[in-house]
Design a protein. Structure first.
Length: 285
């Protein structure tokens, strides 16, 4: 026996659902709105003020960014972060795709054991490896360089991205490889000309998350970089707090908003491929 729901009851349920969704949206967006409003407030009105936007907005916080931080132009921090982020993206895409191809398309002895060991590295906390890695790079004389921050990206140490690409490659038909071998192609040609073009959604998904992680990384640059001229944006924000613990919150918030723009633009440029990758990740053949 079917139960017929009256239009009035359906309308009330829809109204309640939308009202709840708007309430959740307000909670999620409140920090963003507060930060935007705080960037136009004087420093003494940011902490303890209940109003989101000031009655008399100021642009001094953004103007101070043009003066730099401790005589270092803000563009220097953005340039350093861009070098690390783009370098990390290139390293992850090259090394992780090669490792993923080996696990997904090549049958070799010990593949299952090596794959299990690789997945096991996901269980290791970052801080467990921090001290031995620091000692190693210190002995090699690579402290205060970008090498410790980029080297691992070119050695396929990001097991999550290897796993992501490998799962995507496993969904590709094996007949493509067989047809390519009949035409005389080796693994290098199959990898470059067949597998990589078909794995574009997985590659761009990995690139987006790698760029965001590298751009927002704070711990790595804090440990390995000593000179302010080599600082990234995340470390540049720390410089707004002086040695006496007095913070210039207005300029810090303004720079935080500006620092979001590259990540937002990168995401918007490739979000279509990210959605395509999620939509096709469960398809085979």
């Amino acid at each position: 026996m079917s139960v017929v729901t009256s239009p009035r009851r359906r309308g009330a349920g829809s109204f309640a659902w939308h009202l709840g969704a708007l309430a959740v949206l307000a909670v999620v967006l409140y920090p963003v709105v507060w930060v935007i409003g705080g960037s136009f407030k004087p420093n003494d009105e940011i902490v303890g003020s209940l109003e989101l936007f000031p009655a008399d907005p100021l642009t001094d916080n953004y103007r101070r960014l043009a003066d730099g931080i401790a005589d270092i132009p803000v563009s220097t921090f953005f340039g350093n972060s861009l070098v690390l982020a783009l370098g990390s993206v290139v390293g992850v895409l090259v090394s992780c795709s090669l490792a993923a191809y080996a696990f997904a398309r090549i049958g070799f002895a010990g593949r299952s054991v090596l794959f299990a060991l690789m997945i096991g590295t996901l269980l290791l906390p970052y801080h467990v490896l921090l001290i031995p890695q620091y000692v190693l790079f210190q002995e090699l004389g690579l402290i205060n360089t970008y090498t410790p921050l980029l080297l691992g990206k070119y050695l396929a140490t990001d097991a999550f991205f290897v796993f992501l690409m490998m799962q995507f490659m496993r969904g590709l038909p094996k007949e493509l490889d067989e047809a390519a071998r009949l035409d005389g192609c080796g693994h290098a040609r199959i990898y470059w000309s067949i597998v990589l073009p078909l794995c574009r959604p997985a590659l761009i998904t990995s690139a987006i998350f790698t760029f965001i992680n590298a751009w927002n990384d704070f711990m790595g640059p804090l440990i390995y970089l000593n000179e302010p001229e080599k600082y990234t944006v995340s470390l540049g924000l720390k410089m707004f707090v002086d040695q006496d613990g007095v913070a210039n919150y207005g300029s810090m918030i303004a720079m935080s908003l500006v620092a979001l723009l590259p990540v937002l633009l990168f995401f918007l440029a490739f979000q279509r491929y990210l959605i395509d990758g999620m939509a096709t990740s469960g398809l085979k053949g």
